[in-house]
Design a protein around this ligand. Structure first.
Ligand code: F6R
Length: 599
């Protein structure tokens, strides 16, 4: 989604803005622009498409400017063109905006009545006019705009008549101020400031921030705020490719060490540590998330239902965009768990806020420590995955599944449905998880990818937890390779979807669940006898003698509490290899954004 960078200091501002915009590219965007102060006035340069197009336009722009703002736009109001691209200026005001102003039409009518006219179709231009329309002190103008606007915003503002200052404010959209030595930054994403500083302050709703190169003044309705300077835990190396061809490849490879990091954090002296939330006092648990995080949540529900099932706890999962509009009957033993890598997903955040406002206990499994979800949840379980830059999540999903598995294990142990011996075995398996994973990273997935990349439709089938992993496998494939893919419960195939099977339609069958492996295999063979070419991801004990299978990937059979973590790895790699063979932009697939901050 949209990204913001602002700078004031001694460096060449276009260099800082361009570097910042490049590090925001991963969020997804369709156009980009900057505004920089040149001597007496502010110059705005915009371009549609890649940041490289903007960079080209800036060549020859040989200004010594040291203050400016930049933006990557992901269109929500008005089509993708240069006019609608940010920064927007109205008279004395130039600004960049992330978010959506819900009452912008009403504000537009009011402003038109007092003589404003508008060039763009955006809600952001209305904000610039709104601020401009207030005659008086600049901070007061921003407070006036805060009072008038409904919706979400992160805003960085320059005034034509104030050469050395940036202003910023936010509501429901992330924005931080990076603190440097005789230079300061504003950014929607912490990765922007990491090449320069690790120090930052959060901006809270209702605050107005005035930034010069030597100071950052934050005002609330009670006057000047004494802000706590925080230190980012992520390093610049964490946010770079580190020699890998793509961020996605780097992030998949990080999964091996991530499980060790999570083991060290969550296991203490052979026991579940206090850092794993104890949810045993709740009998009604809703897990809410979007996309892959929702599929991770679905694994969590499966594990609790299957292994903790003692009728004392009911777990429901829902996608956040549905959950937020449903009626909920919470009791005093209700818990809402939200799962989010970015911590900014608008629908997930709305669900968290709804639960908080109804005084229901909330727990967030979240990766970005400075995110709104991390700040607002009553309890947080940090994902510890480090920055995830590729739009398609890999290590994020991995960490979410593992943390939900740990919550389920601890719950089962406390409730007595998991015995001491079982707990010991589970923890041993966790300790050895990396060694189960490594062989899966050594498989050459290019052969299977070479058989799939030109197909129009690919189907996954599985039962139980294998079906749930199929959901994520199918999403991964479609989002980065643009191949249509779907997943069915293997037993459902003959109730309709089998009609889709033609000669050579690839069907990928996932079979790692011991109890129902024979049934799953029969379903796969049913598809094959209708012409499907059959691919198998199967645990070692699935007997495939005398079967004609196009490709088979063997995975070790371990406890279901960890099996999904093994099963997903080959599918992440297959999606990656297929996308590469198709020449797709692996890290930045079309139409997608890393952090979905609009409904
Ligand atoms: C898929 C993907 C998305 C996200 C979803 C939720 O690869 O990345 O489906 O999982 O948009 O995002 P977060 O976890 O940031 O709330």
């Amino acid at each position: 989604m949209c990204g913001i960078v602002g700078y004031v200091g001694n460096r060449n501002v276009t260099d800082v803005l361009m570097q910042g915009l490049k590090s925001l590219e991963y969020r997804g965007y369709d156009s980009a622009g900057v505004a920089v102060r040149c001597d007496k006035n502010i110059k705005v340069i915009k371009s549609v498409g890649k940041i490289a197009n903007l960079e080209e336009k800036l060549q020859g722009f040989n200004d010594k400017s040291t203050i400016g703002i930049g933006h990557t736009r992901w269109a929500t109001h008005g089509e993708v063109n240069e006019v609608n691209c940010h920064p927007h200026s109205v008279n004395n005001v130039v600004l960049v905006h992330n978010g959506i102003i819900e009452n912008y039409r009403e504000l537009k009518r009011e402003l038109e009545l007092v003589g404003y006219s508008f060039l763009t179709d955006t809600d952001s231009e209305i904000i610039a006019a709104l601020i401009d329309s207030y005659k008086g002190n600049k901070c007061d103008a921003l407070v006036y705009a805060q009072m008038k606007m409904k919706g979400s915003y992160a805003l960085v503002i320059m005034f034509d008549d104030e050469a050395n200052t940036l202003y910023a404010m936010r509501k429901d959209s992330p924005l931080i101020v990076g603190i440097g030595e005789n230079e300061n930054f504003v950014a929607s994403d912490i990765s922007v400031i990491l090449p320069y500083t690790k120090k930052y302050v959060d901006i809270e709703e209702g605050e107005v921030v005035k930034i010069t190169k030597s100071e950052v003044l934050v005002y609330s309705e009670n006057g000047l705020v004494d802000k706590k300077i925080k230190t980012a835990l992520w390093s610049i190396e964490d946010a770079q490719k580190g020699g890998y061809e793509h961020f996605m490849l780097k992030e998949m490879n990080e999964e091996k060490d991530l499980c060790v990091k999570l083991y060290n954090k969550f296991i203490e002296d052979g026991n579940y540590s206090d850092d794993i939330p104890d949810i045993s006092s709740y009998n009604d648990i809703d897990i809410v998330a979007c996309g892959s995080a929702f599929y991770a949540a679905t694994v969590g529900k499966y594990l609790i239902d299957t292994y903790v099932c003692d009728r004392s706890v009911r777990v429901n999962v829902d996608v956040a965009s549905e959950y937020r509009y449903k009626k909920h009957f919470y009791g005093d033993k209700s818990l809402v768990i939200v799962v989010s890598q970015s911590g900014e997903t608008a629908d997930t955040l709305a669900c968290l806020r709804m639960a908080n406002s109804l005084n229901v206990d909330t727990l967030a499994i979240v990766n970005v420590p400075s995110s709104t979800i991390a700040k607002e949840a009553k309890l947080v379980m940090p994902m510890l995955a480090g920055p995830e830059i590729a739009v398609a999540t890999t290590k994020g999903y991995f960490s979410q599944v593992l943390e939900l598995s740990l919550i389920a294990q601890k719950l089962g142990y406390i409730k007595g449905t998991i015995s001491k011996e079982e707990k010991k075995l589970l923890i041993e398996t966790f300790e050895n998880l990396k060694s189960y994973l490594i062989p899966l990273f050594e498989i050459d997935y290019s052969t299977i990818a070479s058989k799939l990349w030109f197909k129009e439709h690919i189907y996954f089938i599985g039962r139980g937890i294998d079906y749930i992993v199929g959901l994520e496998a199918s999403l991964k494939l479609k989002e980065i390779s643009y191949i249509h893919s779907d997943v069915y419960q293997a037993g459902e195939l003959k109730h309709g979807p089998i009609a889709l099977i033609d000669n050579d339609t690839p069907v990928i069958s996932i079979i790692t669940n011991d109890e129902i492996k024979e049934k799953s295999l029969s379903n796969a063979i049913e598809a094959q006898s209708r012409g499907a070419s059959l691919y198998l991801l199967a645990s070692e004990n699935v007997d495939t003698d005398n079967l004609k299978i196009d490709e088979i990937i063997r995975v070790p059979r371990i406890s279901e509490f960890y099996q999904p973590l093994l099963n997903i790895i080959p599918f992440q790699f297959i999606a990656y290899e297929v996308a590469k063979l198709k020449g797709c932009d692996v890290d930045k697939p079309k139409n997608l954004a890393k952090s979905v901050t609009v409904e």
